[in-house]
Design a binder for this molecule. Structure first.
Ligand SMILES: [Zn+2]
Ligand SMILES: [Zn+2]
Length: 285
């Protein structure tokens, strides 16, 4: 039986990412970075049986995006798709998690069930051996289009143009640039400078400012929901965080309001058990 188009970010952050997207008929996960039991638990909260998933799409070769793909494949027989370069990079890592269990990792098809899959290369990571070939997605079914992009140093203009007017988008707002720039001037953060320079660079992550700038081009009156994602709040000492949900979502809310739009900004959560919980389930029609 067909249901509505649905979207739920099961977790997003530097430690784990997974997003559930359903066309009503076809059900997929974009990234599979939570431990398998946590994916199953969070899917159960929204009444989704993992056996009913039609595919897993892996954006790139960082553990927080592929961690349990092998377990989900072996246990529930869900096809796993990614770029050839990304598969090679994952299998080349000493810690490829359970990925060796994916017996026949597939390329991205143009379509899974009634869902069209479009991929866009994004610059991210330390080269092919580190991140493989990172991509963002546009998933389309019927009249609904959903964008999904995290882990990108910059958003290529053709991708931004293609995202214009999507019904919903999961988009990275990784760090608050003033915080990172302040740390880059503070010698007590010297141990992090190399990492922080990468985060802020063209193959690192999207800042709140970059996210807002992209959304100014992407969001239209057709856009019902924005999920700020991969927010860097990954330190045990929160004073070391580069961002937080309130800062990211306020910047986005200001932009959207300034455009005279009423797009909903949806809460997302990181992985950790104590604070971690899935985002709300958004229905698009
Ligand atoms: Zn990541
Ligand atoms: Zn990454």
């Amino acid at each position: 039986m067909d249901g509505p188009v649905e979207l739920c970010v099961l977790a997003s952050g530097s430690s784990a990412n997974a997003t559930y997207i359903s066309s009503g008929k076809t059900r997929i996960l974009v990234d599979c970075g939570l431990p398998a039991r946590e994916i199953v638990r969070r899917l159960a909260e929204i009444s989704v049986d993992p056996k009913s998933l039609d595919g897993i799409l892996i954006s790139h070769a960082h553990t927080d995006h592929f961690r349990s793909a092998g377990t989900m494949f072996a246990k529930y027989n869900i096809p796993v798709h990614t770029m050839a370069e990304t598969e090679d990079a994952i299998l080349g890592k000493p810690s490829c998690g359970s990925f060796w269990r994916v017996r026949d990792c597939r390329r991205f098809p143009e379509r899974i069930g009634d869902m069209d899959i479009e991929t866009f290369d994004v610059p991210h990571g330390g080269g092919p051996l580190d991140s493989g070939r990172p991509v963002g997605f546009i998933l389309k079914s019927g009249r609904s289009r959903i964008g999904h992009v995290t882990d990108a140093g910059e958003l290529p203009a053709p991708f931004v143009r293609a995202l214009r007017g999507v019904d919903a988008i999961v988009i990275e707002a990784n760090y608050h640039q003033p915080v990172v720039h302040k740390k880059l001037r503070d010698p007590s953060f010297a141990d992090y400078w190399h990492y922080l320079k990468w985060v802020d660079g063209p193959t690192g992550h999207l800042s709140n400012g970059q996210c807002v700038e992209a959304l100014a081009e992407i969001v239209t009156q057709d856009t019902k929901a924005v999920f700020p994602a991969h927010i860097s709040e990954n330190h045990y000492n929160t004073r070391r965080d580069n961002n937080d949900f309130t800062t990211a979502s306020s910047a986005i809310a200001l932009q959207v309001a300034g455009m005279g739009l009423r797009t909903k900004i949806c809460r997302t959560y990181r992985r950790e058990k104590t604070e971690g919980q899935r985002s709300e389930l958004v229905r698009l029609d």
